[in-house]
Design a protein around this ligand. Sequence first.
Ligand SMILES: *Cc1c(COP(=O)(O)O)cnc(C)c1O
Length: 557
Amino acid sequence: MYNISGLKGRKIAYFSMEIGLKNEMPTYSGGLGILAGDTIRASADLGLPLIAVTLLNRKGYFMQKLDSEGRQTEHHQDWAPADYMELLPHEVTVQIQNKDVKVKAWLYEHKSMTEEKVPVLFLDTDLEGNSPDNRQITYSLYGGDRKYRLKQEMILGIGGVRMLNCLGCSISKYHMNEGHSSLLAIELLRQNNMNAEKVKEHCVFTTHTPIKSGHDVFLHDIVLDLMSDYVNFETLKKYGGEHDLNMTLLGLNLSNYINGVAKRHREISQKMFPGYKFNSITNGVHSYTWVTPHFRQLYDKYLPGWANEPELLVRVRSIPDNEIWDAHKAAKKELIDFVNSKCDTKMDYNTLTIGFARRVTEYKRPTFIFSDLSRLRKVNEAGKIQLIFAGKAHPRDTMGKGFIEKIHQYAKELKGEIEIAYLENYDIDIAMKMVSGVDIWLNNPQKPLEASGTSGMKAAHNGVVNFSVLDGWWIEGCVEGITGYAIGPKPEDEKTPEQIRMMELDDLYNKLEYIMIPKYYCRKDEWINLMNNSIEMIAYYFNSHRMMHRYVTEAYL
Ligand SMILES: *Cc1c(COP(=O)(O)O)cnc(C)c1O
């Protein structure tokens, strides 16, 4: 039984629509949720007085099944919250469509190796007394229609603040991650006699994407239908926009600290929302979580204390090269065995292996490497390559689903030449295997749409070499030929989209053929040098310990 008094000292409330903490708890969809999980892990390690708030997502995001043609179908991921957390007796209500909806919270405690805990509240409306519709509000992550989404956001923002009050927390900073939780600021307005200046002192807003559809906007009809008895419409218009309710505007208008998640993303956000002052705190990943056990052993032996002080990874050169290589080989064997057991492939331990895994959607360009098959074949003649893919497409993203089918078609077309695997149901466990088991981590989003990206940071923690378009975090992480390789021109180079695409394709094929393949197959010492540099110059910095130090000193205090 949890001691509720432990919650009272919490000062920072971290709100996120999705949080990824455990593979068995399917309460996340992608980068945003994994980042939230890493934030919680780092906060626990550092002993920060943080409490996180999210929705239960009882039916999860979805489980992905793929048929032999690569056609995706989606299945419920029912899970048992009671196996991991405890339902608190406290209850609050939120008025939706003139009805009281009851909200309870499940308490999950994340424990760090330093014995510190961070509580996470998973809000749940599946309670007796709520109508069948309202019981389902906390079922599916990013499912349902616009009304469903707004109901979820009312529970998260309004219900979340009320639950924290009910538990006796006195929160000094509310951190909204994306606009999904922005209604919390309206609830705070109500609690502070509509004094916006006072509310702003307590609010931090982080935007995580420059993509339009990533910013929630609700038609006023829907807002009036669901929220008319909750808040004065003029107030909503004043802070959330004249024509629609824009959740990003709401967050921006009611926060004193606003940030993007990489330096470049700050600039892009500043252009998207002129008139607001954006800061930047570049994302990081939780080092211990994202280092394969094969490397953890090495770091423990040569860099004791690294897990709670990832800066120590800067001294990776105290580890002998042959031990780095052996750890990588062990991680790679694990991945290759896994792939061959799941897919109809004969992947080979000694072949240069390229990994690509992320949410499958247009701007990430998952089929980019297949743009010119004759050049790809020429690369493969210079030195054999094999490719491993994974990723889910949102159920309504027909284009995204089409990419998965296309990759399956290319795999058939290149059979006998280049082995290509597509792993089903990308999740935390598969991500761990992939970011540690491949040789090259490929990322080729369309600029400037990748706010940060984090999977490449995970790869670097395992000595995997990054090969990426200069966007998001990689603009800060890339030292050409030292920490990895860039695909395409620098962000400041003024080029047309078609010129950029041609330069990117040239780099993609040429650097593989003329630089990376010769190093990997003929100059192993140089390759291992790249691996060392990834750990020394990327992992030591792009971790969530550094990120949380920044949030504390710049945003929270
Ligand atoms: C890290 C991670 C992501 C985010 O990857 P990006 O390359 O930043 O898009 C998404 N899903 C899972 C399961 C992850 O582990």
